[in-house]
Design a protein around this ligand. Structure first.
Ligand code: ADP
Ligand code: NA
Length: 323
């Protein structure tokens, strides 16, 4: 199993955790997992080198703080494993120009930003993703809806390569892990929580007091009833979903517990729930960041483990194409 996350923000947010990273932690139990901080993908848009380097380390510390166990999983930085870029080139040569141009994520971005202003890397980044996946002979890739097309491309290119040169790559399956929650913005509860909208995002590294305050000022509605009804009560429903996800209490249980109480009570309690979650997490992250040599060691070990597999796949690929 392989999954990656971009190191583009200082802090992961609750949507990242409840929608993805929590499953990363859980899947370590029954998968041989490769977890990659995808700094090569990050530079498809301009990055400040110092900030990128720092964010990569902070991302690693957060993954460890959330429970990624480097003794069980390979936790590594993409640029530390040169095979990603090397296989990517071969796969770029397998892909049709028109085929790559049909990727809807790219079409959306290029329409929004303009083809003159976006990098060629942003155009070819789905093919780097193809390489990320194929290098580890991955069976399962946990993906959200927005990544499905890229996984289809992965299967198409793997199949094309296999039929042209002989079986080389395993065909990966998309896999939607159960119990992923979609978390919405606190200020605009119909839009997904995202780091690009700072006011409504619960960042895991933010000061708990400030998080509690953000939750207190979350947008709700003019009603009074605390019920889960996403269509009509998006704000309250989002708060209940977060509460339920972090505590394991069912929505029905929460609705019953808050019967006759007000939004203020729910928000205050959720502030405490979030505080209890982030406080020990933040302490762990700090301890990983306070010991840079140990963090380096963990990431080197992860890259070594990744390379053990990736170098075999790359060597086979190079041999097949005639290098
Ligand atoms: P952002 O939307 O903040 O830019 P990313 O796109 O980098 O976050 O997402 C990283 C991972 O977190 C992806 O697997 C994505 O599906 C998940 N994710 C991001 N935002 C949310 C959210 N609001 N709810 C659930 N999952 C989310
Ligand atoms: Na995003």
């Amino acid at each position: 199993m392989l999954s990656g996350i971009q190191p583009t923000s200082g802090s992961f947010h609750l949507g990242n955790y409840l929608g993805a990273l929590r499953q990363w932690v859980a899947m370590q139990d029954d998968h041989d997992a490769f977890y990659c901080i995808v700094d090569l993908h990050a530079i498809t848009v301009e990055q400040d080198p110092k900030v990128l380097r720092e964010n990569t380390r902070v991302s690693a510390a957060q993954l460890l703080g959330l429970g990624i166990d480097p003794d069980r999983s390979a936790l590594f930085v993409q640029s530390h494993v040169p095979e990603h870029a090397q296989l990517s080139w071969v796969m770029e040569c397998m892909a049709g120009f028109g085929e790559a141009g049909r990727m809807t994520q790219f079409k959306d971005k290029s329409t929004r930003i303009g083809t003159d202003r976006i990098s060629v890397g942003l155009f070819t980044y789905p093919i780097l993703q193809v390489a990320d996946i194929l290098l580890y002979q991955t069976d399962r890739v946990p993906v959200g809806e927005d990544q499905r097309q890229h996984l289809e491309l992965t299967r198409d290119l793997a199949q094309r390569f296999n039929s042209r040169y002989g079986k080389t790559f395993r065909l990966p399956e998309a896999f939607i892990p159960k119990e992923t929650a979609k978390i919405f913005d606190l200020q605009e509860p119909t839009a997904k929580m995202s780091k690009s909208v700072p006011a409504g995002v619960i960042e895991l590294l933010e000061e708990p007091k400030r998080l509690a305050k953000k939750i207190r000022s979350a947008v709700t509605d003019t009603g009074r009833e605390i019920v889960f009804d996403p269509a009509n009560k998006a704000g309250v429903s989002n708060l209940l979903a977060i509460y339920s996800s972090l505590t394991g209490r069912t929505i029905a249980d929460l609705e019953a517990a808050y019967e006759g109480k007000g939004y203020g009570d729910l928000k205050k309690d959720l502030g405490e729930v979030v505080t209890e979650f982030v406080t020990p997490f933040q302490a762990k992250v700090k301890s990983f960041l306070d010991d840079p040599a140990e963090l380096d060691k963990v990431l080197h070990r992860g890259a070594d483990r990744a390379r053990e597999v990736a170098s075999v796949t790359l060597a086979r690929t190079y041999e097949k194409v005639g290098f």
